[in-house]
Design a protein around this ligand. Structure first.
Ligand SMILES: Cc1ncc(COP(=O)(O)O)c(C=O)c1O
Length: 421
């Protein structure tokens, strides 16, 4: 697979875009052979600028729940674009969309809309502070809640004050949750929770019901609000808030990515308890009320409500997982496949600097499958068994090539994460 056009674009980008690219879609830390730019996408497929076709197991880092260019969703978007998008006031769709969300999410009595997941998590924090008149936050170490200064995972450009009043626990560890809540003391405003442990670089873990229930109790005992950050996992775990699977309802939940199948909209959703506090914060943005993404979201939510997409993506994920294990073993590799099957993370055992994982991903790319070496991936309802079998065929070939190359692989200079055991 060659990338002369991508290479030329990168050279141009390096002159006019800091670092050549930034954020989670920069491919500088990914294995060799990953294109940076894409021209087109359809269903489960991506085409890079050099015309190479790739089966995309990243789904745009989550938003593509029904695949690229879903006809119904995009029709709703385009029709509303023609009727009016960013106007001087919202369209009636904002009311319809809030009603739809309230009807679908167990704890929801209201919804507010914004653009990115980071907007929604920041509004959740502001609402919790507005509700309690306090500042403190408890959240799990390593959990991502967005790129705003309060949640940003990197130190550069962040002042200590931006991240003051935060207390960290270990995910699923009740004792450390209790310790962090105690450390926050009477200043606790919010307990933030990821739906499951979907941190980068490490094995994923399902939420423990005891931990989730204790988080609920601690919020109730202290008067803080419980927030589930469903931006990444939302509607891939359940047709409700993801913690419905462990029987816990938060006060607030944050949504983005999949709720409009890639069109730009996110949401903060809350229960009546938090309504008054949400009314009092100042939260807005020039594009937050634009109607086209709301039309796309309504159609996406209708598909979520009325189709078997969830059962299908789970079945596709399980087919992939079983098939990968078989093929890896045939070539002497042990995989650590964790997380829900429909949001798989694939790591190699005994792979300290991920040299095996990186080489395997490079080979997968060469065989036409976009996989990620250390971020969870996403199945979409546009995928079929035939697509999964295509990925498995590529995987078999890639394991075979890895087996040959493994003894000669040098240290992996590109892996940006912590040393692994
Ligand atoms: C759990 C979680 N919260 C918040 C965010 C931030 O969302 P956005 O990138 O849309 O601002 C993300 C993005 O990946 C996420 O995974």
């Amino acid at each position: 697979m060659s990338h002369p056009i991508d290479k030329a674009l990168r050279e141009r980008a390096a002159r006019v875009i800091p670092g050549g690219m930034y954020g989670h879609q920069a491919v500088g830390a990914l294995p060799n052979g990953y294109p940076q730019f894409f021209s087109r996408a359809e269903g489960p497929w991506l085409w890079d600028t050099d015309g190479n076709r790739l089966l995309d197991l990243m789904c745009a880092y989550g938003p593509q729940l029904f695949g690229y260019g879903n006809a119904k969703i995009d029709r709703a978007y385009v029709d509303q674009m023609a009727a009016g998008d960013a106007m001087t006031g919202p369209s009636p769709l904002i009311v319809e969309l809030a009603e739809k969300i309230v009807s679908m999410i167990g704890h929801a009595d209201w919804a507010m809309f914004c653009k990115n997941g980071s907007d929604a998590t920041t509004m959740a924090l502001m609402t919790a502070r507005s509700h309690t008149g306090r500042n403190g936050v408890v959240r799990a170490r390593g959990a991502y809640h967005g790129s705003q200064p309060w949640a940003n995972p990197r130190p550069r450009g962040i002042s200590p004050g931006d991240q003051a009043n935060q207390h960290f626990c270990n995910y699923n560890d009740v004792a450390s949750l209790e310790t962090a809540v105690a450390a926050a003391g009477p200043d606790l405003a919010a307990i933030f929770a990821a739906p499951y442990r979907h941190d980068v670089f490490v094995d994923q873990t399902q939420p423990d019901a005891v931990y989730a229930k204790r988080a609920r109790e601690l919020a109730d005992e202290t008067g803080a609000l419980l927030v589930v950050d469903d931006v990444r996992a939302g509607f891939r775990m359940a047709r409700d808030c993801s913690w419905s699977v462990v029987g816990v309802e938060p006060d607030l939940s944050c949504w983005g990515k999949a709720i409009a199948n890639g069109h730009p909209i996110s949401a903060l959703v809350g229960s009546d308890k938090a309504r008054g506090a949400a009314e009092k914060i100042y939260a807005t943005g020039s594009y937050w009320f634009a109607a086209a993404a709301m039309a796309a979201s309504l159609t996406t939510l209708e598909l979520i409500h009325s189709t078997d997409y969830l059962e299908r993506i789970v079945a596709l994920g399980e087919r992939l997982r079983t098939g990968l294990d078989k093929r890896a073993q045939r070539h002497g590799f042990r995989l650590r496949q964790t997380g829900p099957a429909q949001m798989p993370l694939i790591l190699f055992d005994d792979d300290q600097d991920m040299r095996l994982g990186y080489h395997w991903c490079s080979r997968m790319m060469a065989h036409g499958v976009y996989v990620h070496p250390w971020h969870n991936m996403f199945m979409s309802a546009a995928m079929t068994d035939v697509n999964v079998d295509f990925a498995l065929e590529a995987a078999g070939e890639s394991f075979r090539e890895l087996e040959q190359a493994a003894p000669t692989l040098g240290p992996n200079e590109r892996y940006p994460g912590p040393k692994r055991g």
